[in-house]
Design a protein around this ligand. Structure first.
Ligand SMILES: Cc1cc2nc3c(=O)[nH]c(=O)nc-3n(C[C@H](O)[C@H](O)[C@H](O)COP(=O)(O)O)c2cc1C
Length: 345
């Protein structure tokens, strides 16, 4: 039995989100209340296939014990590279591989990947087949309704379903619509019909504007043919969105502390790695590199403290005084400073 056959019905998934659903955030969400399935952020197959990009790609494929079961999501346009990554992924602890045919990012699309695949359906099918041939893991697809017109789903989704993916996630918007219009929930009945007619064994996952578990259950009551629901930005509004629990201020602060601790741990590992393996900065003593990177300020190549601030709003939200605390946290320059503020609360 593969993972898709073992999941409950309906199952809930945390949507893959670049720069968000990394190994750190996934562990925090697992603590709050995990979804039935995690996805990694998407990783470029050609990056993995190149000597220069492989280390970065492998870093994205790192998983924590609480991540399992987890699907590795990949994107690109070179069928051989899909094969190369897929055979490597078989031994990295993943429960499946997902192909991203829906990302609307300009750079991704200019490189021929993500939603650009909607315009090259034969290439999309070739990438899918190469992936299936190169791994024993189940292969799924995540996509949008179409490139510029909603009606495109009537030909695009059948093209994908004819390949019989193990699961198909449909983000109910076109690439052109980005996330600027409400998701087209009115098309769910039609999409169910297409799945039932062309590939009844494919698990159908609906994505777009689903707030939390209760909202997913409402949709399931209306459309019991749906197998699973994927929640993306709902987790920003409530990190407990996969449960029916309303978190207290203390619980949210605990999650933020956990995020900071894991970030620090991760940075230490990262810096240890640089020190052990040498780097562009190899002639400098390790302590100098530590001081200049990560917690204080970023240096070329090292993760910076700044992106961590995007997460503060997730935890410091929905309780009296949250706005003021958040403003204070946004002025910090290190984990130590942030922790000081939280400890005083
Ligand atoms: C910050 C951010 C990063 C994203 N990165 C990815 C990604 O790496 N792979 C992917 O398939 N979709 C990505 N998405 C799209 C989401 O997975 C999801 O399809 C979209 O947010 C719609 O779901 P929602 O309305 O529940 O947020 C991203 C979305 C956001 C907001």
């Amino acid at each position: 039995m593969n993972i898709w056959q073992k999941l409950p019905k309906p199952f809930l998934i945390l949507a893959p989100m670049e720069g968000v659903t990394d190994i750190i955030f996934r562990q925090v969400i697992a603590r709050a209340g995990r979804p039935d399935l995690f996805y990694t952020e998407f990783t470029n197959v050609s990056s993995y296939a190149s000597e220069k990009g492989r280390a970065n790609a492998l870093e994205r494929f790192q998983i924590a014990p609480t991540d399992s079961p987890i699907i590795a999501q990949i994107w690109g346009k070179n069928p051989e590279h899909f094969s190369e990554v897929s055979s490597a992924l078989s031994s990295l602890g993943f429960s499946g591989i997902d192909l991203n045919f829906g990302c609307p990012d300009k750079h991704v699309n200019q490189a021929g990947g993500g939603a650009a695949m909607i315009k090259t359906p034969e290439l999309a099918a070739e990438c899918f087949r190469n992936t299936v041939k190169s791994t024993t893991l189940p292969v799924s697809i995540k996509t949008r309704l179409g490139w510029s017109k909603v009606e495109e789903y009537q030909t695009w989704l059948p093209t994908l379903l004819q390949e019989h993916p193990t699961a198909l996630t449909v983000h109910l918007r076109t690439k052109k619509e980005m996330s600027k219009v409400p998701a087209h929930h009115e098309l769910i009945p039609d999409i169910i019909k297409l799945r039932d007619k062309i590939s009844s064994e494919t698990k159908l996952i609906i994505n777009g504007d689903i707030r939390d578990r209760a909202h997913a259950m409402e949709l399931y009551a209306k459309y019991p043919e749906i197998d699973g629901f994927m929640i993306g930005r709902g987790v920003f509004a409530n990190p407990y969105c996969f449960t029916d629990h309303t978190p207290s201020r203390e619980e949210l602060l605990e999650l933020l502390k956990m995020h900071l601790d894991l970030y620090e741990e991760h940075m230490n590992g990262y810096l240890r790695n640089i020190c052990d393996n040498g780097s562009k900065l190899a002639s400098e003593p390790c302590d100098d590199r530590r001081e200049r990177s990560g917690f204080e300020n970023s240096h070329s190549g090292a993760p910076s403290y700044e992106p961590l601030k995007h997460f503060f709003k997730i935890y410091i939200n929905n309780f009296p005084g949250a706005k003021e605390i958040r403003a204070e946290l946004m002025e910090t320059h290190s984990v130590a400073e942030a922790r000081n503020i939280i400890d005083k609360l």
